[in-house]
Design a protein around this ligand. Structure first.
Ligand code: UD1
Ligand code: CA
Length: 452
């Protein structure tokens, strides 16, 4: 059996009050529409079609080539949107239809819908939900035997129908042929003068096709995002789900409320995440780490037993047993080895730092390759930029860089070399030597008395 999916995403999303299409707003680093895309992919959809309309070019550029696109240039309703994808559908396949603005839809709910649909061999199955406040949603109409008959939209519902709390989530599974048949019969004879996808249900039922409705695993799953307030609510629910998943897998979150972990992050057992951390992108964190409060980690690889405090780490690797912070800034393309110390107010950029080296305080290391067990005294600066070009320096194993040293790149400091505090190094420092590059001290006797 082939499964494909159609995701409706042509609407503008007026209530977002935004210059961006609604589905390109983000929840924890992912665009809204990427969530349903991921879920249907996981549910076995081999091809996915996105119905685009409002700012279609921006949507295509952002979402890229993983899905097909069909343009709905005028938004004449959800049924009309699906009509744009008729040529996308093969005969005799199953098609999941859902909305681009429903980011909380879970794999479990789609899986339930799929099993329900296939076991009953329905022509269409609707994912429903029982909600406290059904206002705005289409209502599931059943007869006295509880048989599902049709969906009535809020604006078309009578007073009795408006009291029904079983609602249409806007998520369906159709047999493609039955869907095509129903779309060919669809009219816009309703209050909004729109082609409602929901009307296909009644068309199929009346013509003797088999229809059914089953409820979502979790009511949150069907929550749509229409406003900034709902965006914040959905972010909160997503955050909560992700945090619970990590806690279940043995990660301690001291304050889940203030901990923001993006969906693709991986964290090892017995790692502790302190309050106010944000962990982004494809970050991987090992076991037994402590990610101290107020830390941001983006697309980085943190090995085991790492200790980080109030720091920012971007697109970098931190080796096991290494300590970072407080107040360190590790910028993209840095690879830091094992048991390294990157202390307070240290900035590292596009550099490699090998095992056992230490930059304990107030140091800038940019565009440099640093060997093992190198010690940077307080206030070392790698002078990597001449105003036009960046240059690279090398500092070899066991070098000792005295406090307040400038290393004017490109320069090499060889193994076991010492640099005297306050030096400005512009020439290669040979192995095992001491470099002193500062003016000699001169004392002028009795100077202050004369000045007075
Ligand atoms: C729809 C359902 C309603 C259901 C609700 C669930 C219909 C007629 N009603 O109502 O039963 O309870 O979703 O959230 O289907 N879209 C297009 N092109 C269009 C119109 C809409 O692509 O011409 C897209 C929108 O961008 C959106 C989705 O379809 O992603 C749903 O459209 P919307 O207008 O929000 O439908 P609702 O009125 O909420
Ligand atoms: Ca909606």
């Amino acid at each position: 059996m082939n499964i494909s999916a159609i995701i409706l995403a042509a609407g503008q999303g007026t209530r977002m009050v935004s210059n961006k299409p609604k589905i390109l707003h983000q929840i924890l680093g992912k665009h809204l529409v990427e969530y349903p895309i991921d879920v249907v992919q996981k549910s076995g959809a081999e091809k996915i079609c996105l119905i685009v309309g409002h700012m279609a070019e921006d949507v295509k550029k952002t979402i890229g080539e993983g899905v097909e696109y069909r343009l709905q240039s005028e938004q004449l309703g959800t049924g009309h949107a699906v009509m744009q994808a008729i040529d996308f559908l093969s005969d005799d396949e199953e098609v999941i239809i859902l909305c681009g603005d429903t980011p909380l839809i879970s794999y479990e709910s789609i899986d339930k819908l799929k099993s329900f649909h296939l076991t009953h061999n329905h022509d269409v199955s609707v994912l429903s939900a029982i909600v406290e406040n059904p206002f705005g949603y289409g209502r599931i109409i059943r007869n006295s035997d509880e048989n599902f008959l049709r969906i009535v939209e809020e604006k078309d519902a009578n007073i009795k129908e408006k009291q029904i709390c079983e609602i249409n989530s806007g998520i369906y599974m159709f047999k493609s042929n039955s869907l095509k048949y129903a779309l060919s019969k669809l009219t816009n004879n309703n209050v909004q003068k729109e082609y409602y996808l929901t009307d296909t249900i009644e068309i199929l039922f009346k013509d003797g096709y088999s229809i059914g409705a089953t409820s979502a695993v979790n009511v949150d799953d069907i929550l749509g995002v229409n406003s900034r307030e709902q965006l914040a609510m959905a972010t909160n629910i997503m955050k909560d789900r992700i945090n619970k998943k990590h806690m279940k897998q043995g990660v301690t979150l001291i304050d889940p409320i203030s901990t923001y972990i993006e969906p693709d992050v991986v964290i090892g057992q017995d790692t502790i995440i302190e309050p106010n951390c944000i962990i982004k992108g494809n970050t991987e964190i090992g076991s037994n780490c402590c990610i101290g409060y107020n830390t941001k980690i983006d697309n980085s690889n943190i090995k085991d037993n790492v200790n980080i405090e109030i720091s920012v780490i971007l697109k970098s690797t931190i080796g096991s047993g290494t300590k970072v912070g407080p107040f360190a800034y590790v910028r993209p393309n840095s690879v830091i080895g094992k048991n390294v110390k990157i202390g307070d107010f240290v900035e590292i950029k596009n550099s490699t730092i090998d095992d056992g080296s230490k930059a304990s305080h107030l140091t800038y290391i940019g565009d440099a390759d640093v060997g093992k067990n190198v010690n940077f005294g307080c206030g070392t600066v790698v002078v990597n930029y001449d105003g036009k070009k960046k240059h690279r320096s090398t500092i070899c194993d066991n070098a000792f860089i005295g406090c307040n040293t400038n290393l004017v790149s490109p320069v090499v400091v060889n193994e076991n070399a010492y640099i005297a505090a306050g030096s400005t190094i512009t020439k290669e420092v040979p192995q095992d030597s001491l470099a002193i590059a500062r003016q000699k001290q001169k004392n002028i006797e009795n100077w202050s008395n004369r000045k007075r």
